[in-house]
Write a protein that binds this ligand. Structure first.
Ligand code: NAI
Length: 341
């Protein structure tokens, strides 16, 4: 059995806590991975003077896969987001966020099972902001044909592979006729190459209403960067909150798996954060390793972890954000015990 070396970035705030918990669960499941621990975020700044050291980028580029805790970005002047920088530098153009109702997690909805595919490299995240004159500032929304095409193709490929029947494009092409207009046109053109997958679209504001009315109507949601960011948190709210939504940032040469949530500074260091979203991201990572490196042991480890957390949720073994009483590490231990039982 071969062991895959994976970069582990503990991150900031609750990051180190949820990373330790995830590591514990992966080990209990016999996941064939070993970690190359690297720094990013505030912790990196404190230790190396940089928020995103070149060594971290190089390590991910070398190993091709990383599991990442959240990194803090101070609001306003001074720092650009480490997360955005990482995605751009490694060209991780597809953010993939599966959102599903969990057994035992009571919410208003029972049948959510959708996947958000978010363009991860441009849009309003271009970082191009200019002061035109005093009191007048522009922020540039960038859309390129190349990025629209590759994210559309990624979404339809994904839908086809996973047996999903419809991709819905969220946009505001009625107002941003050129940028969002191009994204919509390209998505429709790409869709014509996938006869088994239907395409439809919704204006983002109406889509938000429809999502909270009946999220069961959506299968794969395709959108540009900012809409994807906002919709991700909205969707987290449909299934129990940020503690239960995993994610992956995927490019041609590397993939970084991370929860949707941030570093949650107000609960950091208290041992109460829910590690499930990062554990789920770890499961996505194992399935990615299985697919790209043809390793069945990863599939088995992923299934063991998923079965264990589904069973734990059903039994009411939860952290405080889901109405339970377990701390971060207690929850990880519960999962580890279920895996080994
Ligand atoms: P956040 O996701 O950290 O927190 C939002 C709310 O959800 C807070 O009430 C928090 O306590 C709660 N929460 C989040 N994760 C939780 C978990 N695992 N268990 C229990 N409760 C949880 O978002 P916020 O406060 O906007 O951002 C804080 C920092 O994180 C900022 O510096 C932001 O830039 C950064 N961030 C980093 C991300 C990343 O590394 N990918 C993603 C989002 C934000």
């Amino acid at each position: 059995m071969s062991t895959h070396t994976v970069v582990l970035i503990p991150g900031d705030g609750i990051g180190p806590e949820v990373s330790d918990a995830t590591r514990h669960v992966l080990e209990a499941a016999g996941a064939p991975v070993q970690f190359d621990v690297q720094l990013a975020g505030e912790s990196a700044l404190n230790q190396t003077g940089e928020t995103l050291p070149q060594q971290t980028i190089d390590a991910i580029a070398m190993h091709g896969v990383a599991l990442k805790g959240p990194c803090t970005t101070p609001v306003g002047k001074g720092f650009s987001s480490v997360n955005v920088a990482l995605r751009k530098r490694l060209d991780l153009y597809a953010a993939v966020r599966p959102v599903r109702s969990l057994p035992g997690v009571e919410t208003r909805y029972k049948d959510v099972d959708l996947v958000i595919v978010r363009e991860n490299t441009e849009g309003l995240y271009s970082g191009i902001e200019n002061v035109v004159t005093e009191g007048v500032i522009v922020s540039m929304k960038v859309a390129t044909l190349r990025a629209c095409e590759r994210i559309s193709r990624w979404a339809f490929d994904y839908a086809k592979k996973r047996g999903r029947t419809r991709v819905t494009v969220f946009h505001k092409a009625n107002i941003m006729k050129l940028t969002d207009g191009m994204m919509l046109d390209v998505a429709r053109r790409v869709a014509s190459e996938y006869p088994g997958v239907a395409v439809d679209d919704m204006i983002i504001d109406a889509a938000c209403m429809k999502m909270v009315q009946d999220p069961g109507n959506f299968e794969v949601v395709l959108c540009e960067n900012l809409y994807g960011d906002i919709i991700s948190d909205l969707c987290a709210g449909l299934v129990g909150g940020l503690g239960v939504v995993p994610g992956a940032n995927i490019g041609e040469k590397a993939a970084v798996f991370e929860a949707v949530h941030g570093s949650a500074p107000t609960i950091a260091g208290k041992g109460v954060a829910n590690p499930l979203a990062l554990i789920m991201s770890g499961v996505m990572m194992l399935n990615h390793l299985a697919e790209t490196r043809n390793d069945e042991t990863c599939v088995r480890a992923a299934a063991r972890i998923k079965n264990a957390y589904d069973a734990a949720m059903r039994a009411g073994e939860k952290t405080a954000d889901l109405g339970g009483e377990l701390g971060t590490m207690d929850f990880a231990e519960v999962i580890a015990k279920r895996i080994k039982a």
